[in-house]
Design a protein around this ligand. Structure first.
Ligand code: SF4
Ligand code: SF4
Ligand code: FES
Length: 250
């Protein structure tokens, strides 16, 4: 960096945050996850995709003189001054074991697998705590009413972080009930995708075997060359009909 650019860069704004009660001064532009690393924490658990998908980084925080609890994903939420925060990387949840081939897509089945579903008292604490802005209470209500499809659709963006469950006075495990509904919906209530069936058949017939064997045989230098020189990525704004130049494996 040149002397000139050093002198013109404004200093980073620093804000205090509290992790497990201890104060750290961190750059205001960081996410909670990066701020924890900046403060010296090594994230071995409670950190996965870093992209708001895996749900491993559920976080609860509060501000001084504010009775409200706040909820977020540490990899997606930017720090704010005087945040008192703690991680909920895992929350124990009741998990039914079922054979999806042997059960039916009905509300009766949901109640059979998760009898506690009917204990929901409609307090809405789950919806208030969901970092994905999912209407959790509504999908629970749909599950109680036996509407498997609506439960599946309303819960589609769930990342299984468990924050809703941590707040539930009825001890529900909303996300496991929802994933049962999504599995039932996908298996029994949604039309089968023809292109997916065709692709699975092609895989079964060994269409990709040669290509995969070639890749597995390649040494790291060759893999690097293939990745840099031959990989063709779909453009971000590709139209629906986009296809790669090499169509041998389509
Ligand atoms: S927090 Fe529990 S009891 Fe309250 S609405 Fe949600 S599922 Fe029902
Ligand atoms: S529904 Fe529950 S488990 Fe799913 S993202 Fe929202 S808070 Fe997390
Ligand atoms: S690390 Fe995966 S959602 Fe935050």
């Amino acid at each position: 960096m040149s002397e000139k650019s050093q002198s013109t860069n404004p200093p980073a704004e620093i804000v205090p945050i509290y992790i497990l009660g201890k104060r750290y001064d961190v750059p205001a532009s960081l996410t909670i996850q990066k701020a924890m690393e900046y403060a010296g924490y090594q994230l071995i658990r409670g950190c996965g995709c870093r992209g708001g998908i895996c749900g491993a980084c559920g976080t609860i925080y509060r501000f001084p003189n504010d009775s409200r609890l706040h909820f977020g994903l540490a990899c997606q939420t930017v720090v704010e001054p005087n945040m008192y925060l703690t991680q909920i990387p895992f929350f124990p949840g009741n998990k039914a074991v079922y054979d999806i081939e042997a059960i039916e897509p009905t509300g009766v089945e949901i109640v059979r697998q998760y009898p506690e579903v009917v204990k929901c008292m409609g307090c809405n604490a789950c919806t208030e705590s969901c970092p994905m802005d999912i209407k959790v209470m509504e999908y629970m209500s749909a599950a109680i009413n036996g509407d498997v499809k609506r439960t599946a659709e309303l819960s589609f963006d769930c990342v299984m972080c468990g924050l809703c469950s941590s707040r539930c006075p009825a001890e529900e495990v909303q996300y496991n009930i929802a994933i049962l509904a999504r599995r039932l919906n996908a298996k029994y209530l949604t039309p089968k995708a023809k292109h997916l069936e065709d692709r699975v058949k092609q895989i079964d017939e060994g269409r990709y075997e040669v290509m995969l064997r070639d890749v597995m045989k390649a040494d790291p230098a060759e893999l690097r060359r293939l990745y840099i020189e031959t990989r063709q990525m779909e453009p971000a704004m590709a139209d629906e009909m986009w296809e790669p130049e090499d169509k041998r494996f389509l």
